[in-house]
Each structure stands twice: as C-alpha cells, then as structure tokens.
Design a protein around this ligand. Sequence first.
Ligand code: FES
Ligand SMILES: [Fe+2]
Length: 419
Amino acid sequence: MDTPAFHQGGDTALGFEWPGEDVSRVPFQVYTDQAIYDAEQARIFQGPTWNLLCVEAEIPNPGDYRTSYVGNAPVIVNRDETGRINALLNRCAHKGSLVCYKPHGNVRELTCVYHNWVYDLTGKLTGVAFKRGVGGKGGLSDDFDITQHGLRRLRVETYKGIVFGTFSDETPDFVDYIGGELAASIDRVMIKPLKVLGYHSQILPNNWKLYSENTKDSYHASLLHVFHNTFGIVRPSMGGGIKLSPNGWHHLSWTERVALEDQATTREKVRSLKDQYKLADPTMMAHKLELGDLVTNSIQSVFPGTVIQQIQNCLAVRQLVPRGVDKSELIWTILGFEDDDAEMIEHRLKTNNLVGPAGFISMEDGCVGGWVQQAAQSDPAGRTVMPMGGRTIEPSQGSRVTESAVRGFWKAWRECMHI
Ligand code: FES
Ligand SMILES: [Fe+2]
C-alpha cells in the first residue's frame, strides 16, 4: 500500500504536539487525553483500518447475527439469505437506539424495539411503525424518504474465516493492508475451517493503546511471563523473530523449538521457577504438532486492535475494544478446527488455561498496563523510552529483544492521526 504522508508536528485542534521526530519516545498524554481518545475513534477506528468483527463460524446460517464493536461503535454482523456477510452500525436511523441488543441470534429482519422501525439484513429500512398514522392522523411527514434512512454499512472482508470490517472506503484490501508476508502467517495457522470453543472477556484498567503495544512488545515475553521460562514455551534461547508489514503497522512475533546458534543470549538471566513448580497435569503442555513446524508461539497483530494467536495448540483471536481513556475490554474468541475430535477439543481447552484474564501467561498483561496508566495519569507530560533494537522499525531474525514492532505501532498511530 501507499504509506500515507507522515505528518510532522502537532495538531492545533487537539492541542497536542508529538515531541521529536522519531517514535521511540511516547508522551504519556496520549494515554490520558479525552480529546485524543475522541479523535482516535474517528481517525483510527473509523479511519483507514481493518478491525476484527467475529469469525465466520459464529454466523454459519442465513439470519445468524452477532454484535461486535469497531472502536467504541457498536456493530451488527450478520449473514443474509444470499449467504453474504453484512456489517452494519448498530444504531437505529430513527433516534439512535441499539437495534440488536442481544449478543447473537437468528432473525429474518432487524427490528428496533424502541419504535419498531424494521431493517432488512443488508440494513435497508423496510418498515416504519404507524407510517400512515392512526385513524388518518399523524404518520410520516411527506418528505420522508425511506430509502435514505438505512443502517450505515461497513465494508467487510473475510480472511481464512476471520471477519474484518472497516468504515472507510480508503482502507486497502485486507491482504494489501497487512502485506503478503503477514497474510502468509495467518495462512500458516488457520489451515482449516474454524470452530469456536469459547470466549474470555476482561476489562483492562488502561488505555487501549497500552494493550496494543503490549502485544507487539516481544521484549517482555520471557521476562514478565515467568511461566514461559519455567515451562518452556518462550525462552530467549529459542529460535524465532519478528516480522513486520512493509509499512511497519502490523507484526508477527514467533518462537520455535530450534536453538539459536548464537548461545550468547542464554547467558541472560531470566526468572524461572522450574525447581519450585511442577504442573499437576503436564498434559496441558503437550504440543500436538499440527501446523507442519515447531513454532510454539505466534502472536500476530493487525493495527489497531486485533491479535491472532497460536500458543502451541491454543488458537484464538483477540479483539480490543476501547472503553474510555483509561479502560478497555479485551475479548478472546478461543478457536479450534471444525474437524477436531473430542480429544483434541479437550486438549485445546486445557491449553486455553494459558490465556484469558487468569491465564498462566496472559494474566500479567492484564496488570502491567494499569501500572503504566497510573504513571501516565500522574504525569501526562512525562514520556516513555523504547530504545531496544535501535530507534528504527525493522524486522528481526533470531532475536525478539526489540521494541521495533512497538515503534511500528506508533508510526501507524501518527499516520492515521495526522500528528
Ligand atoms: S430509535 Fe429505533 S425505532 Fe425509534
Ligand atoms: Fe505478554
């Protein structure tokens, strides 16, 4: 894709100026400022970005729908009678009520409960209650054009069974958006039709961007997550690296059971509790090789708030929903393949104990963002510093000790925000 012009400097309407030229220092203000948060909704989430809506397997039949979000905008995703997937802003054209207030269901049409305006599954307004009034009195004004008041439609693309939506006509097609190399890494994991095994949802006590950064921050994985070193999913001595989309916006961090030739990294002291802790049920850590390689951990981000995850046999997509400047919601959809047998489903559900709000690995990520948020709130004029792996935005083969992908996030943020 063409990279949008990188606007230098500030935004007078927001009263905000990016300090310096590069993206290795981030002002705390971006995590606390309401005006910036509001601008992000328009410029990022409703701007030229693809956002996770659901997986196709959640809406297999005509009439199936589920509700979702793009940023703070509520969205309905459905499959219509032609089999096509529609994504509609979940906001009645009349007075703005939610049209679908249940998380999922199957319907022939969409009826707003407030005054019973009715839409078809493509979002077209097809009925208005009392449109001719009652007893010849009341009714719609003569100039009301029913064709002009449907539900706002989003563009939709499905990639390997994962459904994405965008509000913008300018967003490149999905594969161009993430680049061929990162598309291939989705192909690597999503090798068969998907099946939903369950969900986690958790409220994070921090601005959404702190979680987006966390998923791109491969530097912390073997340091913060003691479970990794103790039980061997990610260790600094393992092979792997970081891939970035050509524009730096999206990333993949992976680890594989292939020792690095350069063993210097193993001299780094990382916390491990292997002498103190044993798993009562070690079968949880069995890795059934199913993807044709020895990759133990593959965490892939799609800017701004989507994560596609393979941790051994634990597959998931994660959706990040901003809930205010200092709060966000993380929704995990836990996946398997349609043809999994009962034993494989049981195994995936066991490994799923690694993730989610109380996950043996993921629980720390639900905490550290809140600690940074506290710092940001107490000192919005302060700044973080991210010098690991230099100041540039480059892929890395072998080492994951880099903040390159996090700097890539801030490049994307600045380009979307025109800051
Ligand atoms: S708000 Fe939906 S019908 Fe009035
Ligand atoms: Fe983490």
